[in-house]
Design a protein around this ligand. Structure first.
Ligand SMILES: O=C(O)CCC(=O)C(=O)O
Length: 272
């Protein structure tokens, strides 16, 4: 295990891949290459994060025929990789078929290849008609990564600060965000993610796809942000892996420097 258990350092890799719309086989093959690149890097990652809906893209008009039944193919493929390389992967999200419902679901797989967490997007994005084709999740995405409490959210979810706050109040020190966030809202993407990191004094690891799908173009700019709001790594618009080391003790340091959680007044404005 390459994570440093005493200081809780984790090496994180974010795979901002292009996604072939409606072509799971092509996307699995591409992902396989990019995952090999991650584990072949000089600094082997402890955690790898993938983008949203990387198996199908937003092929919503045929999503029921191409979604992964119960996520089985995704889990099998990623679990084998995790076991072989002793690495944690948050397998972005995939279109997952359950009965006649398709959800936008992130599976987290641990170093032994076990499913460590599962989260289906709870806020469906009307601007892209998600609510017409997909079924919203109804549970939060809490998990542990090598013992570190973390939370998963997907794309549009970052516009709902209450969700991140709830995960942070539940102990999360790390927020993991797979996304397919397009132009022209780069400013929103960077600002919202940075705000979530600063206000909750936690690490944010956000993976956005690149490439185009019809008339929509996705800008990448995946981000790894520390609890002080500093950007540790940022992608450009090319398909690539970005990486950074994070030190979880920084979360405690920032939280004790500015004790936001102790100073909250939820009795005045709601919340826990
Ligand atoms: O909120 C946004 O601007 C983008 C959200 C989005 O593209 C999504 O949730 O898929």
């Amino acid at each position: 295990m390459s994570s440093d258990q005493q200081t809780h350092r984790l090496q994180v890799a974010v795979v901002q891949m292009d996604v072939a719309i409606g072509e799971p086989d092509i996307n699995f093959a591409k992902l396989s290459e990019l995952l090999e690149e991650c584990v072949g890097a000089e600094r082997k990652p402890d955690l790898i994060v993938l983008p949203e809906m990387w198996n199908t893209g937003y092929a919503l008009d045929r999503i029921h025929t191409i979604a992964d039944p119960q996520g089985e193919r995704t889990i099998r493929f990623v679990s084998e990789f995790c076991r072989n390389h002793k690495v944690n992967v948050v397998a972005g999200s995939v279109a997952e078929l359950n009965g006649d419902r398709v959800r936008n679901t992130a599976f987290a797989i641990d170093r032994e290849g076990n499913v460590a967490g599962e989260y289906s997007k709870i806020h469906l994005f009307r601007l892209m008609d998600e609510e017409k084709y997909l079924h919203a999740g109804d549970r939060l995405g809490s998990l542990k990564v090598d013992g570190v409490p973390a939370g998963m959210m997907i794309c549009y979810d970052i516009r709902f600060p209450e969700l991140t706050r709830k995960l942070a109040l539940g102990g999360a020190k790390l927020l993991i965000v797979p996304a397919e966030w397009p132009h022209p809202r780069l400013h929103h993407w960077r600002t919202l993610l940075t705000a979530r990191a600063i206000e909750n004094q936690m690490y944010v690891i956000a993976c956005n796809r690149v490439g185009t799908s019809g008339t929509t173009s996705f800008f990448g700019h995946s981000l790894i942000i520390d609890p002080w709001g500093e950007i540790l790594a940022e992608g450009d618009e090319a398909e690539r892996v970005i990486a950074a080391e994070i030190d979880l003790s920084v979360v405690d340091k920032v939280r004790s420097t500015i004790p936001v959680f102790a100073d909250r007044r939820p009795e005045l404005y709601g919340g826990e």
